[in-house]
Design a protein around this ligand. Structure first.
Ligand code: ACO
Length: 333
């Protein structure tokens, strides 16, 4: 069977207009700009406005159109849509099918939502790679679209300071025979022994949203920040090392490291363990905070569009999220 190499054909991103600064938060809850910057590196975050169409599918439409244009394709060239959304538009229909309609795609391509929390977009890359490699699909749109503001308890200083809304998208397709682009290696894992460190237990089949749930404030996420912090550092560093080794690349040969943007201290600790210089690490957590599965594709798109990432560069991307899901990808852009 003939196998194809997978190439990132185009990327796009969308950030909601509204900016919420640390100062804005400190006027509502007992926190300060300095505390948030010192513990997280976050200065501000974007928050979606439903009245402006900024929901997961709406943000995905804008990011996807940019990615499709950058790939020199039209929406009807897409033959599979995969969307990672920790909080989808609604349970049914899936966000990916709403996105198909919003993009004006009429070719009846299949649509699928996945939820692997902040690792969701990274989870989609090897899945799309396998399907492109074998020729099952030609142009796969993979999207991380996140509106965590909808389940962020804005009165809980332990969590609300951390998150922001955004969408990142990429079109993956076949590299032509004279091109070097390829996915070298990937790893996806889930350590369910750590699944209770980050949860949102109400709103699913087990616990419907009732007056009692609302009275107990159970409709929001809860997090054990220190446990997540430790697991994030060890897992992302180990995964990054492994995919680099499997790609047979030395650290010198890696041009850019794009980690999940959860907390600047996590990013720095992973960089130190993985031994990659800060000048090669792409960071935007200061401006956008943790945008869950949108964070890696948004950072990727930003660095491609501002010229830091160039064709032929070796990229290493890593993420972790609730579950505790995690993954890393090493590729030639
Ligand atoms: N402002 C001021 N003080 C605060 C705030 C705040 N926003 N939040 C907590 N504090 C207080 C605490 O109450 C505590 O006070 P105490 O000592 O009197 O009890 C003190 O600050 C220290 O709290 P810690 O939790 O020890 O602070 P830490 O240094 O661990 O930082 C943080 C907390 C930023 C949450 C950190 O643990 C972290 O980033 N963890 C990782 C979280 C993460 O990445 N989550 C995303 C997962 S990905 C996904 O799938 C969504």
């Amino acid at each position: 069977m003939r196998l194809f190499n997978t190439k990132i054909l185009g990327t796009g991103s969308y950030l909601p207009e509204r900016i919420v600064t640390n100062k804005d938060l400190s006027e509502r809850i007992d926190t300060s700009h300095d505390w948030i910057v010192e513990r997280t590196g976050i200065h501000q975050r974007r928050v979606a406005d439903l009245s402006k169409g900024e929901n997961p599918s709406g943000m995905a439409k804008e990011a996807s159109l940019k990615a499709i244009e950058a790939a020199n394709l039209t929406p009807n060239d897409i033959d599979l849509i995969l969307v990672s959304a920790t909080m989808p538009d609604q349970s049914m229909p899936n966000t990916a099918s709403v996105l198909q309609e919003k993009l004006g795609i009429t070719n009846l391509c299949p649509t699928l939502d996945v939820n692997a929390a902040c690792s969701g977009w990274i989870y989609l890359v090897p899945m799309a790679d396998a399907m492109i490699k074998t020729g099952l699909y030609k142009h796969i749109l993979i999207v991380g679209s996140e509106m965590l503001s909808s389940f962020n308890n804005w009165d809980d200083r332990n969590t609300c300071i951390l998150f922001g809304d955004a969408c990142g998208a990429a079109v993956l397709g076949r590299a032509s025979e004279n091109e070097d682009s390829r996915i070298y290696s990937s790893i996806l894992t889930c350590d369910s022994t750590k699944k209770d460190h980050l949860t949102l237990m109400a709103g699913g089949a087990n616990k419907r949203i009732t007056h009692e749930v609302l009275d107990k404030n159970e409709q929001w996420m809860t997090m054990n920040g220190q446990q997540i912090f430790k697991a994030a550092v060890t897992t992302m560093a180990a995964h990054a090392e492994r995919v680099a080794r499997e790609a047979e690349l030395t650290l010198d040969q890696i041009d850019w490291f794009i980690p999940h943007q959860a907390n600047l201290r996590i990013i720095e600790a992973v960089g130190t363990r993985f031994n990659i210089p800060a000048s090669k690490v792409i960071v935007n957590v200061d401006r956008f905070a943790n945008t869950s599965s949108a964070s890696v594709p948004v950072a990727l798109d930003e660095a491609i569009r501002d010229g830091r990432i160039k064709r032929g560069d070796n990229l290493l991307m890593a993420a972790f999220g609730a579950g505790l899901t995690a993954g890393a990808i090493c590729l030639k852009y």
